[in-house]
Design a protein around this ligand. Structure first.
Ligand code: GLA
Length: 321
C-alpha cells in the first residue's frame, strides 16, 4: 500500500491540519501518510494568549510533540490575524499599545513552539473585494496601518532568524487579489528579505479556480523569488454559492473531484522547484471545517480520505503518476 508522503518524497512534504481529538482518532492514518502537521486552531492567538499575559500552550504542545515523535515537520499557524484572536488584543487598541501586543505575542509563542520550522506570521490581511484599498479593514490595520505587517515580520525574524516566515491568504488565485498580494510581498522584501514564502490556502472546489488561474498565480508568486506552499488544501464538491444539502456525494461529484485533484497535483509537481509543502485542511472527510462553512451542518466531502479513513479515488489519482 502506498504512503502519500513517500510518493511525494522527491517533491515536497505532505501535511494535514489537525486538532487534539484527531491525533487520537486518526493517529495511525496521520503517521502513515503525512510528514507535516499544522494545528487547526491550537496555535492561534485566541488559544495561545486568551488573556493578556496569560499563555496557554498545552493543546498546541500535544500537536507539536506528536509531530516530533513521528518525524514530521511542524508548521506554525498563525501569529497575527483579525480572526481567532481574543477580544483583549483589540480593546482600546492604539499605535502605542498595538505594536507591543504584537511583539509580546510573537516572541512568547515563537520561543515556546521552537520546533516549528515555519510560521504563518500574518494571515489574511489583504482585501479580497474588488472595491477598496489593498488592505482589508481590520482592528490591526485600522489602528496601526499597514506598518503592522512589516513590524510583525521583523519581530518574528528577530526571534529566530532561521525560522521560515510566511504570509498566508485565500482567494489567492483571484486576478485582482493576487496582484495585491504580489505587490505587498514585493514591498516588504525590498530592503531585506522579510517574507520567505507565500501560503496559497487552496480552498478550492470542483468548479473553481481554473487550472490556468492556478498556474498563473504560482508563476506570479514564484517571480518574487520566494517559496510557495499550498497550506489549506481542500476541494469542495459545491460551487461557493450552492448551499444545498445532500445525504451522500454522487459518483459524478467524486469523479470530478478526483480529476481536479489529479490536475492540481500535476501542477504542484511541475512547480516543485518553488513549492515546498502541500497541506490538506483536515485529514478525512468528516474532519473537514467545510461541514460548517459556508453553510452550517451541511456535509461536504472535500478531502482524499473518506469518512471511514479509506482512500478515495482522489488519493489513487494523485499517487499514480
Ligand atoms: C482560514 C484560516 C485557517 C482556518 C480556515 C478554516 O483559511 O487560515 O486557520 O481557520 O480558514 O477553518
Amino acid at each position: 500500500m502506498t504512503r502519500l508522503f513517500e510518493v511525494y518524497r522527491d517533491y515536497f512534504p505532505i501535511g494535514a491540519a489537525v486538532n487534539n481529538r484527531v491525533l487520537r482518532t486518526h493517529g495511525e492514518l496521520l503517521k502513515k501518510h503525512f510528514n507535516s502537521l499544522t494545528a487547526e486552531n491550537e496555535t492561534k492567538p485566541f488559544l495561545t494568549q486568551p488573556k493578556e499575559g496569560v499563555f496557554t500552550f498545552d493543546m498546541g504542545d500535544e500537536i507539536a510533540s506528536f509531530a516530533k515523535a513521528n518525524n514530521m515537520l511542524f508548521r506554525g499557524h498563525t501569529l497575527v490575524w483579525h480572526n481567532c484572536t481574543s477580544e483583549w488584543f483589540f480593546e482600546n487598541l492604539t499605535r502605542e499599545n498595538g505594536f507591543d501586543r504584537i511583539k509580546t505575542h510573537i516572541e512568547a509563542v515563537m520561543k515556546h513552539f521552537n520546533s516549528a520550522y515555519l510560521w504563518d506570521v500574518v494571515n489574511e490581511c489583504i482585501n479580497d473585494s474588488d472595491e477598496g484599498g489593498v488592505f482589508r479593514s481590520s482592528p490591526w490595520f485600522n489602528a496601526l496601518g499597514s506598518d503592522f505587517l512589516e513590524f510583525s515580520f521583523k519581530t518574528a525574524r528577530s526571534v529566530n532568524p532561521s525560522t521560515k516566515l510566511f504570509y498566508n491568504d485565500y482567494n489567492e488565485t483571484n486576478k485582482i487579489k493576487r496582484e495585491r498580494i504580489y505587490e505587498v510581498i514585493k514591498e516588504l522584501n525590498k530592503k531585506e528579505k522579510l517574507v520567505d514564502g507565500f501560503g496559497m490556502q487552496g480552498h478550492w472546489s470542483n468548479f473553481h479556480p481554473t487550472l490556468s488561474e492556478i498556474e498563473e498565480s504560482i508563476e506570479l508568486y514564484a517571480s518574487l523569488d520566494i517559496e510557495i506552499q499550498i497550506t489549506e488544501l481542500d476541494v469542495s464538491l459545491f460551487e461557493f454559492s450552492d448551499r444545498s444539502h445532500i445525504d451522500a456525494p454522487t459518483a459524478e461529484m467524486l469523479e470530478r473531484q478526483a480529476e481536479v485533484y489529479d490536475d492540481i497535483f500535476k501542477i504542484f509537481r511541475k512547480y516543485k522547484k518553488y513549492i515546498t509543502g502541500v497541506t490538506f485542511w483536515g485529514v478525512s472527510d468528516e474532519t473537514s471545517w467545510l461541514s460548517n462553512f459556508p453553510e452550517k451542518d451541511r456535509r461536504n466531502w472535500p478531502l482524499i480520505f473518506d469518512d471511514n479513513q479509506n482512500v478515495k479515488n482522489s488519493y489513487t489519482k494523485i499517487t499514480n503518476f
